[in-house]
Design a protein around this ligand. Structure first.
Ligand code: GDP
Ligand code: ZN
Length: 435
């Protein structure tokens, strides 16, 4: 019999005699250990299913292994052993990571022509991730600072042994230690839409790293429109940088801003994100950038990887089983990095809560600061017009704040309801082959 999966979610009206049905299914399938039933209507019939002993044992093992390999602290890096190095993950594809060396330990190979310290900084190593890290589900992301071991300096190969703590992390695209977001919109084609811009700004503010707002396609508008937007956005609390990938206006200023930082560009589609990335990339004289696209193909299938589970790469797609979107960090001439993949096209606002939303509006931050030491009368004021609120008022984006607050409230209530009922009310039955 083939595997069947049956899910009954909250909608009890479809099953008039639900409890009897559940008891029946439970008695039929519990011996397989895959049934999790919570019958809220009759608490006496509820018997908590104990996880299987092997699962418990596996959980303990993961805990033990995690403590064996704690995250490295950025302040107190380890003393590097021979053929170890610290570096930054610049690209990831399938099971391979490209790491740029920042500092290295002594080499053990007498025939090694490369003198560590002098010639290892900036070297790119092709690395696999130590099995233990995978076992304890420690993800290695592009942008991560990592400890690399077992380095073969001649072949430029190594193994990522551990990861340093992250300062920040964004999920779309997956990049760690991002220290700057560039929010890019166009003034025309597509037309700058204030509410959409607000959503992007709120999402970017919620990441907690500095952001720059740039308005592209300046070549399509006259000065009057530019000045009007400048004045309007200044009221919001932003000083936009006007640019045009087409005419190259403002690109030098942008390069200066990006210098020395790891930046991800975000914005809606059509505003020129890819064009800007390409423009900034073609300014680079580093051969690395040009080779980035086929770098992994050059090394895949090499003898060195024969015993490194290359088989996990799907023959059909050529991608690893757990590969997320491909992303690389392109080095900028001024010692910064730029993600080659644009970020959140659709801000989900999943990290923004009812309480944190206000902090994502410079207008609200300004009003709260200006009123010091007087504050809103209630410490948990949502600025909806509560008595003694210093925020409610006549400012352009206040209606947007209210609209987003409503949206987040609905989402939070929904999450509470689904999470709250998952354990009690949801019924999931996985019936396995019993023949
Ligand atoms: P993305 O979706 O944000 O990555 O946008 P693209 O980079 O694909 O650009 C969308 C369109 O806008 C393309 O046809 C570009 O040639 C065009 N474009 C990009 N930058 C400019 C600009 O500064 N001025 C003008 N007029 N068109 C631009
Ligand atoms: Zn208030």
């Amino acid at each position: 019999m083939s595997i069947t999966a049956l899910s009954i979610l909250r909608n009890r009206s479809v099953l008039p005699n639900c409890n009897n049905f559940l008891r029946h299914v439970s008695s039929r399938t519990s011996r397989f250990g895959f049934v999790s039933i919570a019958a809220r209507q009759n608490p006496n019939s509820y018997r908590k299913q104990q996880p299987h002993k092997y699962l418990l044992r596996a959980k303990d093992t993961v805990r033990e292994l995690s403590s064996l390999s704690p995250l490295l602290s950025p302040e107190n890096g380890p003393v590097l052993m021979p053929n170890q190095a610290i570096g930054m993950v610049a690209a990831a594809q399938a099971n391979f990571m490209r790491v740029i060396v920042e500092s290295a330990g002594p080499s053990t190979a007498p025939e090694n022509p490369i003198e560590p310290e002098e010639q290892t900084v900036g070297v790119e190593l092709l690395c696999v991730v130590r099995a233990l890290l995978k076992k304890i589900k420690r993800r290695v992301l592009v942008g991560d600072k990592v400890l690399v071991g077992s380095i073969d300096w001649v072949d430029r190969r190594g193994m990522i042994e551990n990861v340093f703590q992250r300062n920040s992390e964004i999920l779309d695209p997956p990049v760690a230690n991002v220290d700057h977001l560039l929010v890019l919109f166009s003034i025309e084609q597509p037309k700058l839409e204030p509410f959409s811009l607000t959503r992007f700004l709120v999402e970017a503010e919620s990441v907690g790293v500095p952001l720059t707002l740039a308005l592209n396609k300046l070549d399509l508008v006259d000065e009057e429109i530019q000045l009007a937007w400048k004045a309007r956005l200044s009221e919001w609390g932003y000083e936009p940088l006007f640019c045009s990938v087409e005419s190259k206006h403002g690109l030098d200023s942008l390069e200066l801003i990006l210098r020395g930082q790891t930046t991800v560009i975000v914005g809606p589609s059509g505003v020129g994100k890819s064009s800007l990335i390409n423009a900034l990339r073609s300014n680079q004289r580093v051969p690395y950038a040009a080779e980035a696209d086929n770098w992994f193909e050059l090394v895949e299938g090499s003898k060195w990887f024969g015993d490194q589970r290359v088989g996990e790469v799907s023959a059909k797609s050529g991608r690893g089983k757990h590969t997320t979107r491909h992303v690389s960090l392109l080095p900028l001439s001024g010692e910064g990095y730029l993600a080659d993949t644009p970020g959140f096209n659709q801000p989900s606002l999943m990290k923004v809560t009812k309480k944190s939303l206000a902090q994502a509006f410079p207008e609200i931050r300004r009003r709260l600061n200006a009123s010091e030491p007087v504050k809103c009368s209630f410490s948990d004021c949502l600025h909806l017009g509560e008595q003694g609120c210093v925020v409610k008022g006549d400012w352009e984006r206040y209606p947007y704040y209210l609209q987003l607050l409503d949206e987040i409230k609905i989402r939070e209530e929904f999450q509470l309801r689904t999470l709250g009922t998952k354990r009690e009310g949801d019924v999931r039955i996985f019936q396995v082959q019993d023949g």
